[in-house]
Design a protein around this ligand. Sequence first.
Ligand code: 4GS
Length: 258
Amino acid sequence: MSFEIDVITLFPEMFDAITKYGITGRASKNEIFRLHTWNPRSFARDNYRTVDDSPYGGGPGMIMLAPPLDEAITRAKIRQLSEGINETKVIYLSPQGKLLDHEKVLQLTKLEGMILLCGRYEGIDERIIMRQVDEEISIGNYVISGGELAAMVLVDSIVRHIPGALGSPNSAREDSFSNHLLEFPQYTRPEIYRGDSVPSILLSGDHAKIDRWRLQQSLGKTWLRRPDLLELKYKQGISKEEEELLEEFKRTPNFRIN
Ligand code: 4GS
């Protein structure tokens, strides 16, 4: 069965970016997931189809009105039920939410569907968060102009984990993040580019040696750039071989000698 996504957004067309292109585009075409949009403007009650108003207590900008959002979310919930979806969640994308990471992505991938609420302007009426939202998620400690891009980041990160979404052997690709290690450097043709040659070991055909070199590069790059991830890696358990590869990396002045 398809992963059912309902999105509450004032800009439904933005979601073409994920339903029409690339890996997520193909997954959508193959009905690995289905994305349905609801525009709160359709549920506005006045002749001007108003969806926002100024904040009580004063202050800059506008706040999204509760009634059109409430109606849109309710309709989305009804659609999820009609599709036989029981394991679903209403998620509001906002900087007040828990930071999105690999663990959270894996957890959400276990759902059968989800309802994503995209805010615009200064945000949404708090009573909608209280009454309708199950979880609040942030894609990072910065402010963007609307929740749509955040929702698309979330959908993309989840869809990649649904069986059948990637070319073939799923899981493998994302192993590096479950490993708490950064990716090793990659090279392709030509063998020499503007005087820079590909590390000779990669041309050796010795796959045991190549695997060890790549693991060492991953460990070294993580040590250099992301000591926080390396901490998690140690907690998860580091093998004797990994320990030795990292120590050798630390001792090597230039870690990209051929
Ligand atoms: C994020 C974020 C965000 C907040 C949307 C102000 C417009 C904006 N959403 N992760 N109103 N960071 N949302 O910046 O999710």
